[in-house]
Design a protein around this ligand. Structure first.
Ligand code: SOE
Length: 376
């Protein structure tokens, strides 16, 4: 694994746990973690369960005892590490958004295509697909329970940037993160919408905003030096899926009171589903074929062994959390590697999301002009 902060810790939790819960075709061994600061990475290795600590990712991926590289660094280094790891014959898991630009994502997808011919797998970390309730929603859509989709509505709201004194962290610098709430949260929102609907966005019309344009440099106290915020705080956009459904999105890191509120609603000709990550064991389902006097949304507790991923966990009603999405992601990647199948979401999927993000930025820059999502 390269990187060991929030996402590195979440992925480590997945790798530590997956083999103790699921029957696996391959056994993950947490060989080495890499970071630039020798002391900090050594401490992280101990804390997170990695055997060795490395400070040079090139040396790490050259090791013969490493077959899979998990990239949990800021977006600025995804492309370089992923392409080098794939070219060195390793399987790769890369955090979202896949890259900081469409050019980088194209390069990564091309490297993944070459690697696939050699039997390697490359997956992008859209972990929310692995929330049992959302995986179940996907199954319901695929089985036709919602009929033909008319609307896909996704909002993903956080509030950690409400305070203007919050420092200019890497996630607020374009050269490190690519974009702001758009790449951080919008990438998840776009992926989950397209995945659930089983259809890509054809084009978008968007607005973005940076409400706090300067923030204190990290380490500076009150009254210290400030620097410019070069990414968006929030974005709203809408568009049409190629299936014909209308889709709308709102993402923000300045929505006071919303901590990690990923909300999804799909409305079809036969019914609707509604999901809120802050109540992630529940899926609300409205069956429009019910009689009028009995119709309405009902709560399905997605904790039965028949529900996706749940056969391996606790008895009904005991519930899962955020961290389990990373366990499921690790499981699915290991199956893809073992069976030689393309993992989902693939780098091609990550590239397509990157193209949507680029279309959103272009639309916002052109005062909400409709921009078609690019393709091959
Ligand atoms: C921070 O906004 C963040 O950690 C995202 O980067 C993650 O992808 C999301 O799952 C939670 O919030």
């Amino acid at each position: 694994m390269v990187g060991y902060a929030f996402m590195g810790a979440a992925h480590s939790q997945g790798w530590r746990t997956v083999g103790r819960v699921f029957e696996l075709p391959l056994t993950p061994v947490m060989t080495a973690v890499c970071g630039r600061d020798a002391d900090a990475v050594r401490a992280a290795a101990g804390r997170l369960g990695w055997t060795a600590a490395e400070t040079d990712w090139r040396e790490m991926i050259a090791r013969d005892d490493i077959q899979l590289v998990d990239i949990c660094t800021p977006g600025e280094s995804h492309a370089e590490i992923a392409v080098a790891a794939l070219d060195a014959g390793k399987h790769v898991l890369c955090e979202k958004p896949l890259a900081n630009s469409v050019d980088e994502a194209e390069e990564m997808a091309a490297a993944a295509r070459r690697a696939r011919e050699r039997g390697q797998s490359a997956m992008v970390g859209f972990n929310y697909r692995r929330t049992p309730a959302l995986a179940f929603a996907r199954r319901m859509v695929a089985e036709g329970r919602l009929g033909e989709l008319r609307h896909v509505r996704v909002s993903y709201l956080q509030d950690w940037l409400v305070d203007p004194a919050f420092p200019l962290a890497w996630r607020l610098r374009r050269e490190a993160a690519g974009s702001g709430a758009l790449g951080d949260l919008g990438a998840h929102a776009v992926d989950i919408a397209q995945h659930l609907a089983g259809s890509p966005l054809a084009g978008v019309s968007a607005q973005t905003e940076t409400f706090v344009t300067e923030r204190p440099l990290p380490g500076e106290g009150a009254g210290g030096a400030v620097g410019p915020v070069t990414v968006d705080d929030a974005a709203i956009f809408n568009g049409r899926l190629t299936s014909g459904a209308l889709a709308s999105f709102e993402v923000s890191r300045v929505a006071a009171g919303r901590k990690n509120a990923l909300r999804v609603e799909l409305n079809g000709t036969l019914g609707s589903v509604e999901f809120d990550l802050e109540r992630l064991n529940e899926l609300h389902f409205h069956d429009h074929t019910d009689s009028a006097e009995e119709s309405g949304f009902r709560r399905i507790l997605v904790t039965e062994s028949e529900h996706p991923y749940l056969e391996a966990w606790w008895p009904p009603g005991h519930g899962l959390g955020y961290e389990h999405t990373f366990v499921h992601q690790a499981r699915d990647l290991l199956y893809a590697i073992a069976t030689g199948t393309d993992p989902e979401p693939s780098f091609a999927d990550g590239l397509q999301v990157q193209r949507v993000l680029a279309a959103v930025e272009e639309s916002a820059a052109k005062h909400s002009a409709y921009i078609a999502v690019g393709g091959d």
